[in-house]
Design a protein around this ligand. Structure first.
Ligand SMILES: O=C1CCCN[C@@H]1CCCn1cnc2cc(F)c(Cl)cc2c1=O
Ligand SMILES: [Mg+2]
Length: 474
């Protein structure tokens, strides 16, 4: 599956490999997906009165290393600029791996009184993390695109509320656009962002590989960074207090998850909502048939669909056969193909072929737009339904360690009652180490199933406190 991902994204013209390891070229076919999601998310955060900004790419080492514990563990992945031209820089400059330390000295400067709150900023940018474990397009690259939201509030209540509002937007990105089912949950103390108070995330799962993947994160930072960077304010009563902060992000990793969840042996399968081309129209000329008439019908069909807001293109290249075009556009994952041949022309209809299940239908051209819209909606919904069915079939509820081990061997996403003790989590990792990677906690679902009194932890036998998803991950 891993390997297939690599091939599909190259043959589907999403990615081009680059001569620097871990870096990839995002070609239009994937950039178009990124842009469609960005239009949605940007509009939604603007409704929340969050404003876009742009902070510098470079971080001074003094600022980046301000708090040793914040970056301990991350230090090896920081990329540094040490020279300009032939001369060494006096002091090396880091390239942002994330922007807390870039932004928060200025939050401290800009936030004085309660009238300066809430401060709610977002930036669309790239970040660099010089990862060493196996680089994979979209899933783990040394540079990636993301949005990072950074907000500051006078009260914890406001921060807590926003964390979940943004988490819901991430659920919508996955379920409404990428047709991928996700689980909203809270990270364990071990898996959370160490610099924060708590971390929530949306978790996806790849049934073929049996691995969970963190889809996006929404952290409440508490007052930890306010303390570090002295971000204080005077409240209405003139009392000094520290702000409560959140930070949240989703990245181009979303595209990699989509490829893995929906891809099949013909290549990519794009959910219509994020497909930069939703319908491709292919002429099927026949030796003595009216070829020009067929080409004109293709062009007219594209115009009709485009006027209705459907992203349609025709492939009129005369140096490729229809069959060749079918497999190429299937490789690229275009959700719907329309074929127009002599018979279709004569009957004033078109032949529609769905990419998700291959089913064919003949549609009269007089109410083409409505029927194509319905087809695209059906494809979107059935991709989500199919992914949900496969994900649910991969979930296994366990009560004991033996059941856990069996489920792990069967590449399941495991739901187990846990005592919520970090030592026990470390122990699970230790006991499941192997060449496939250890099991880890993925999240504790916000919607907790009933936990009967007396239920014991699957790993420690102590009283269980919460249901938690476990599994191997990317
Ligand atoms: O996940 C988000 C949402 C958007 C803003 N940031 C947070 C936390 C990011 C954690 N993280 C993640 N990776 C890092 C890598 C690094 F090299 C350094 Cl110095 C720090 C970090 C680091 O803090
Ligand atoms: Mg990392």
């Amino acid at each position: 599956m891993f390997f297939r991902l690599l091939q599909v994204v190259v043959h589907g013209e999403m990615i081009e490999y680059y001569d620097i390891s871990g870096c990839y070229i995002l070609r239009p076919w994937s950039m178009g997906i990124w842009e469609i999601m960005q239009v949605f998310f940007d509009a939604e955060i603007k409704k929340m009165k969050i404003k876009n900004c742009y902070f510098p790419l470079f971080v001074s080492s003094s600022v980046l290393e301000k708090e040793k514990d914040h970056i301990e563990g991350f230090a090896p992945e920081v990329a540094w600029v040490t020279k300009s031209g032939k001369s060494d820089l006096e002091i090396p400059i880091a390239i942002r791996p994330t922007s807390e330390t870039v932004m928060y000295p200025y939050f401290s400067k800009w936030i004085r009184g309660h009238r300066d709150l809430p401060l709610k900023l977002n930036q669309w940018c790239n970040v660099v993390r010089w990862e060493f474990s196996n680089p994979t397009p979209f899933i783990r690259s040394r540079e990636f695109l993301w949005q990072e939201g950074h907000t500051a509030f006078a009260t914890k209540e406001e921060a807590d509320e926003e964390v979940l509002q943004v988490l819901e937007l991430y659920r919508r990105i996955y379920e409404e656009f990428l047709a991928i089912p996700v689980i909203k949950g809270k990270k364990s103390e071990m898996e959370k962002f160490a610099g924060g108070l708590y971390t929530t995330s949306v978790e996806a799962f790849i049934p073929n590989t049996g691995r969970g993947v963190q889809g996006a994160t929404s952290h409440c930072l508490g007052q930890n960074f306010a303390k570090m960077f002295e971000i204080n304010f005077e409240n209405e009563k003139g009392e000094k207090g520290m702000v409560w902060q959140n930070s949240w992000a989703y990245s181009t990793r979303t595209i990699g998850v989509m490829v893995m969840v929906h891809g099949d042996d013909k290549g990519l399968v794009l959910p219509p909502k994020v497909a930069s081309v939703q319908v491709v129209v292919v002429p099927v000329p026949y030796k003595d048939a009216d070829t020009q008439g067929i080409l004109d019908a293709c062009t007219a069909t594209v115009e009709t669909l485009s006027e209705a807001g459907i992203r349609a293109e025709s492939d009129l290249r005369d140096n490729y056969s229809p069959g060749w075009k079918y497999s190429q556009w299937e490789m690229k994952g275009v959700p719907l193909r329309i074929e127009i041949g002599p018979k279709d022309l004569a009957n004033n209809q078109v032949r529609c072929v769905r990419r998700d299940n291959g089913s064919k239908s003949d549609i009269k051209r007089d109410n083409l737009v409505e029927q194509v819209k319905t087809l695209l909606d059906n494809i979107q919904q059935s991709l989500l339904d199919a992914a949900k069915q496969k994900r649910d079939a991969s979930v296994q509820v366990v009560k004991t360690w033996d059941e856990f081990k069996d489920a792990l061997a069967q590449k399941k996403m495991i739901l187990a009652p846990w005592c919520d003790e970090e030592e026990v989590e470390k122990d699970v990792k230790e006991r499941t180490r192997g060449e496939m990677g250890a099991a880890k906690s993925l999240c504790s679902p916000l919607e907790q199933p009933e936990l009967p009194e007396g239920t014991i932890c699957f790993a420690s036998g102590k009283p269980a406190k919460k249901w938690t998803y476990w599994g191997r991950s990317y």
